[in-house]
Design a binder for this molecule. Structure first.
Ligand SMILES: O=C(O)C[C@H]1C=CC(=O)O1
Length: 96
């Protein structure tokens, strides 16, 4: 199942830079691992913001919840999820 996931990062302004950098590095590694596994299909920066729009490919809602709640930045993000299904006019055969 495909999901559009929009994440907005809101790190506390008083978080020490070293701590923030460490969380971001762990997040990068975790996200790249999921991208290589094909679970995190697309990752786009929303221009002008500390937000991304992503497409996840998860078995079901429970797996999506597990993937997203394990993000190191999860405690510091607002997350919106929209379930997706194939558009009848799509010409892409691999959009399932
Ligand atoms: O930067 C972000 O949008 C938050 C998050 C998503 C991937 C990653 O490395 O960090």
């Amino acid at each position: 199942m495909l999901f559009q996931v929009e994440m907005t990062v809101k790190l506390p302004t008083d978080m020490p830079t070293e701590q923030a950098d460490k969380i971001k590095a762990t997040e990068k590694s975790y996200s790249q691992d999921l991208q290589r596994q094909g679970k995190w299909r697309h990752l786009w920066r929303v221009a002008g913001s500390y937000s991304n729009v992503s497409i996840f490919d998860a078995e079901d809602n429970a797996e999506l919840q597990e993937l997203v709640s394990n993000l190191p930045l999860f405690p510091y993000m607002e997350i919106n999820v929209k379930p997706l299904c194939r558009h009848p006019s799509s010409v892409r055969e691999d959009d399932s």
